[in-house]
Design a protein around this ligand. Structure first.
Ligand SMILES: NC(=O)c1ccc[n+]([C@@H]2O[C@H](COP(=O)([O-])OP(=O)(O)OC[C@H]3O[C@@H](n4cnc5c(N)ncnc54)[C@H](OP(=O)(O)O)[C@@H]3O)[C@@H](O)[C@H]2O)c1
Length: 319
């Protein structure tokens, strides 16, 4: 496969390159793109050193797949161009997630990846770990409602956010977050709409409905940034219109590919660096017996981004 990577120097791009390098996928040609400020940097891939380049149509036309992990603006510019030049696009930004292009979590809807060229959108990191669990729990019957409170690490906001968290031990200046993130929690991820919903909350709600193909799903998210370097946690409340049994839920979750059930809640540090979605603290609140409460964690850079994208790449490879 001939693959080009835009956003090679970023948190997601770096993870994706490492997964690809360690995989058995045959890569006959590869190029690494980033911003002009990264020109001169080198990336090692399978024993060879490659210089970072600035993307151009001329170079792109020799490739089959473009992986994008930059902001939305660059994706809006380069995804359609790459498609026109004959490349599949796997896009980590939010640019095409709610468009007519497929929004894919391979364990749920890999069959929607077309055999013809397309832009395949990778969902938001918090959405992915949530929909994996909801898909498994649909085995217990149609979902009546879903509420989720997120506890999202700073790596979800990219390299500058990690740097800001680390620097704030000695420098209270902020540029990524509206307030200093070190030592506190910020109940704001993205900007607010006229209802007071943040853009992250909107993404989770709308993307979940699209991926599960439940346009009317009653889902509400409340997103909070927490001062941890990596891994997102989610407290999730799921309701049905009938009582459910914990045994049924654990069986459905245990049977679902890439979900790991845990007796006790994992440390963010134990989850970091792994490709799974972890579920713990599954319980029924006696005051609300038609529902379940659970704690869901995953590495936002892996299953929430690079690993999910790699799984999409594998599916494209199979086609
Ligand atoms: N972080 C997560 O957990 C996560 C999860 C899911 C989805 N996403 C999405 O994935 C994308 C990347 O996130 P990230 O966390 O990897 O961000 P990041 O660490 O800030 O990396 C951004 C990448 O974009 C490149 N870039 C910036 N401006 C550019 C330009 N003008 N031309 C070419 N390349 C340019 C950067 O290159 P330089 O190094 O040269 O500046 C860098 O490689 C975002 O859309 C994000 O929303 C992130």
């Amino acid at each position: 496969m001939k693959i080009a990577i835009l956003g090679s120097t970023g948190l997601v791009g770096q993870k994706f390159i490492k997964i690809l390098e360690d995989s058995t996928l045959s890569v006959s040609k590869i190029k690494f793109f980033a911003s002009p400020s990264s020109l001169g940097k080198q990336i090692n891939f399978r024993g060879q050193s490659y210089g970072i380049e600035v993307i151009s149509e001329d170079v792109l036309k020799d490739f089959q797949v473009l992986f994008i992990s930059t902001g939305e603006e660059l994706s809006l510019k380069w995804s359609p161009k790459a498609l026109k030049l004959g490349l599949y696009v796997i896009d980590n930004s939010s640019a095409f997630r709610l468009s007519d292009h497929p929004l894919i979590v391979p364990e749920i809807n890999a069959e929607l990846i077309p055999k013809t060229l397309d832009i395949i959108a990778n969902p938001n990191c918090s959405t992915i770990q949530l929909v994996m669990v909801l898909k498994a729990l649909q085995k217990l019957g149609p979902l009546k409602s879903v509420h989720v409170a997120t506890y999202q690490s700073v790596s979800g906001a990219g390299t500058p956010a990690i740097n800001e968290l680390l620097n704030q031990t000695h420098d209270p200046e902020t540029s990524v977050f509206p307030y200093p993130i070190a030592g506190t929690c910020l109940p704001q991820i993205g900007s607010f709409d006229s209802f007071g919903l943040s853009s992250e909350e909107n993404k989770i709600q709308r993307e979940t409905r699209k991926i599960l193909n439940l346009p009317e799903l009653d889902i509400s998210a409340f997103c909070v940034r927490v001062p941890t370097p990596n891994v997102h946690g989610e407290a999730v409340w799921v309701k049905w219109d009938h009582e459910v049994a914990i045994e049924q839920a654990t069986e459905a979750l245990r049977d679902f590919e890439n979900i790991k059930l845990l007796e006790s809640s994992p440390h963010y540090n134990e989850v970091s660096g792994t490709p799974h979605v972890y579920v713990s603290r599954i319980h029924i609140d006696p005051d609300s017996p038609q529902g379940l409460k659970l704690w869901v964690t995953a590495d936002n850079l892996l299953k929430g981004a690079a690993w999910n994208s790699f799984q999409i790449l594998e599916e494209i490879f199979k086609r």
